[in-house]
Design a protein around this ligand. Structure first.
Ligand SMILES: *Cc1c(COP(=O)(O)O)cnc(C)c1O
Length: 427
């Protein structure tokens, strides 16, 4: 089925959701590391990545690590030790403590809370930016006033409601960990994401806006925190003539080879953002007459990096789609569509789309964790939810949303075909 149109042919080369784009300088930096034998977790490329990241984002210190997840783990450990002190050996620094977390995100935002023994409490999503809902966060503090840590992500490169969340955090004396893994280069009120949290993380995973194949950075304005992360990430070696250890360590440092790729990619971050912005605007314009909308942002405050363009189908234009834990089924209907009909159509022309991040409160692994919506306990909703009295916004966006091909190498001709194929779904 190319998608219900004999004139549409599948792409010879796959059009990806978001794939790495190399430019040339990356290889030169890697080659230099190779030729000088700096094939290690120390070297010039690492120093340069730390300089480039901190200067671009506008924080005092960046610590180059093996992944965004490792950076988030360091954020949680620092926050836990600052809030609750150093834990006994074998225990996490957040052990037994609840932590308010973004709900509609990648599980790497939340898992590091659990690495440190914390209990994620999921906060529902708002409709204006698809990030943590400040109203639900307020509600969560009514229910759990003892909580002192909030973990927020900026989904798909769109800054969340930072002012509102920071204000609530201050009122409750809580720290904020900012997961800017998807939002490198996104701006909120003239400042880069990654500057707002007490601790923050970015990622250079293969599908991010710039990549080293893997890698991440921990961000902070506090030199002592930066030094702690440097030490913890290199097995907690003390300053001594031999291997001396006073704390448990991790092997989390970035490779100088990978750092060479990231160093080269930084020169192209702005170009990638420009390309992604054009892709988003094109979808928005060309799909404007369909019963759909693109992922929203706060016009007056935020400039996203537009890492992924997404689509939300209007409620009354949804054909019936049913999802189990690992399978789905839908019934095609004239004039209407549903996420998996669109995803199948995209895939039939050799392009890649994806469902929206499945909210954490819907994940089997987190089924016992609390979930708070703006009207209160979202788990106690059986009847209330069916009657519509409790609104689960994350579930609603997940059930009506799709991530569209957003690769910066996609040509306008290719995007036209993706758009044509989406239009057919609503015929
Ligand atoms: C990619 C991503 C991470 C993790 O980064 P890695 O470098 O893959 O470990 C964390 N949070 C979000 C929201 C992400 O998209």
């Amino acid at each position: 089925m190319f998608y219900r149109d004999a004139n549409i042919r599948p792409f010879d080369k796959k059009v990806w959701l978001s794939s790495p784009t190399m430019h040339g300088p990356e290889l030169e930096y890697v080659k230099k590391a190779y030729e000088t034998n700096w094939m290690s977790t120390i070297g010039e490329n690492i120093n340069e990545v730390e300089r480039l990241a901190s200067e671009y984002i506008g924080v005092k210190h960046a610590v180059a690590l093996s992944s965004g997840t490792a950076a988030l783990h360091m954020c949680m450990k620092l926050a836990g030790e600052r809030l609750y002190g150093q834990p006994p050996m074998g225990h996490g620094s957040l052990e037994g403590h609840r932590v308010f977390c973004s709900d509609m995100t990648f599980d790497a935002t939340v898992n590091p809370v659990v690495y440190e023994g914390g209990i994620p409490v999921f906060i529902d999503t708002e409709r204006e930016t698809w990030n943590m809902d400040p109203a639900a966060l307020e509600k969560a503090f009514e229910i759990y006033p003892e909580v002192r840590l909030i973990v927020i992500a900026h989904l798909y490169g769109t800054p969340g409601k930072i002012d509102e969340i920071k204000k609530i955090a201050e009122a409750h004396n809580a720290l904020v960990v900012e997961d800017a893994a998807e939002s490198l280069g996104a701006i909120y009120k003239r400042k880069e994401t990654g500057t707002f949290g007490d601790y923050a993380a970015i990622s250079f995973n293969g599908n991010k806006i710039i990549t080293g194949s893997s890698g991440g950075c921990f961000l902070t304005n506090n030199i002592e925190d930066a030094n702690k992360v440097r030490k913890w990430s290199t097995q907690s070696r003390e300053n001594a003539p031999w291997y001396q250890h006073e704390e448990i360590g991790f092997n989390y440092r970035m490779s100088n080879v990978i750092a060479g790729i990231i160093r080269g990619q930084f020169e192209y971050l702005d170009e990638h953002i420009t390309q992604k912005t054009a892709i988003y605007n094109r979808y928005k314009e060309e799909l404007g007459d369909l019963p759909v909308s693109v992922n929203p942002f706060e016009n007056d405050k935020a400039t996203p990096n537009f890492w992924l363009s997404c689509l939300l189908i209007d409620k009354d234009a949804m054909s019936k789609e049913i999802r189990g834990e690992t399978e789905y089924a839908y019934i095609p209907e004239k004039g209407k569509s549903c996420p998996h009909e669109i995803l199948e159509a995209i895939s039939s022309i050799n392009a890649e789309g994806r469902p929206i991040w499945k909210p954490m409160h819907m994940q089997p692994i987190y089924r016992m964790n609390p979930f708070i919506t703006k009207s209160g306990n979202g788990r106690a909703r059986t009847n209330a939810y069916i009657s519509g009295a409790v609104e689960d916004i994350g579930m609603d966006i997940f059930s009506r949303g799709v991530c569209l091909p957003s690769d910066n190498k996609m040509t306008t001709e290719q995007q036209d075909i993706v758009i044509a194929v989406i239009r057919r779904c609503f015929d």
